[in-house]
Design a protein around this ligand. Sequence first.
Ligand code: ZN
Length: 407
Amino acid sequence: MKILSVVITAMAFILSACQPHVKIDQGISIPDIRVLIEVCDELDSIEFKGTYTLRSEEANYEFGGNNRNIYIKPLEKGFTIFNRNRIFKFTNNDQISFIPSEVTASFKLGRNAYPGELQISKNKDGFLNIVNKSNIETYLRGVVPAEIPTYKTEYLEAIKSQAICARTYALKKMEKKKDIFDVYGDVNDQVYSGLSGQNNLANHAIDGTRGSVLMYNNELAEIYYHSTCGGLLEASENVWPDAKLPYMNVRQDALGDRFACQGSPVFRWKESFSMDELDSLFKVNYNYSLLNAEIKDTTYIDLKINSISRTPGGRVQSLKLVYGDREFFLEGMQIRKFFSKNSRNLKSTLFTLKVQNDTLLVFEGGGFGHGAGMCQWGALYMAEQGFKYYDILVNKYFRGTYLKKVY
Ligand SMILES: [Zn+2]
């Protein structure tokens, strides 16, 4: 059994070389954003800190003090909210809100606490949507520390850049009106941990850039960011074919004679797969395995990886796997998903492949994430070097955009 051949095509790769609908106008108040923080079957407990009022068509009821926990369960028709004192029943179409009486009030769900309003509804699949509504500046306090390192004061200007990216991203999402929520509270949009994890440096960066967003042609810019580009920034259309953005091009993420993100722990990485591991990947992804108990002699089982195409930025765009009598074509994110290990996707598609001892497939790669937009580790280094947030954003990562204060 062996990995027969890995055909590596022309390499451009230079690893070693180198309210709900928001109208943006001056002077508007800070918009509210609705974040989907959980979709669940039932909820053991939500605990209110401070006073909250349940408002629905049928009820107005106060929670807090000794009456601070509620439990929620879906019913065959509708759902119920109850505690020791009361039981409330709602229909499938009800969308109920718990409104805080004071700004310091919050509610705890699992390990995290959240500021602002709690909204609950039932979705078409019978699950409960748990939504947190707060103003977008408060929301950012729960996003920024979850998205970028905030443990060094030297990182302040990069953290400000992150705050502006996250604000622009969220407002852009809110332009597309959705019924129940505006953004997911996880990697589907931006990771949001509510009040948990907030810190002074991130709060300072958010307050210091209050209302600032990136604009292009009088519209909010479309913003993407990632952990580490590996030295090569990618064009947006090479990651998302429909997103051709003139301010996200292929180029080196360099500062002087070094790569800006060189200090990232994943600037360079290695990952390897044995034949057994590769066979399990085929099993998991395609329910196709050649290493079963009936085959004792696996000498003639070969894997070929060929037709590798790359983006102009050097990232692997597509490849073909030939295994046994079947062929599998992978492209874009599918590549990272297929070659995952311990439930984690391959870090990036910026890699070369080689076969070691006929049986081990070795990836040598750079960076973590899609590579388009702001490289967070690059921004952290620039901040340490004295760059300001507008240099990092407008002059480095989103050339052609401009900053605007929208409230
Ligand atoms: Zn970078």
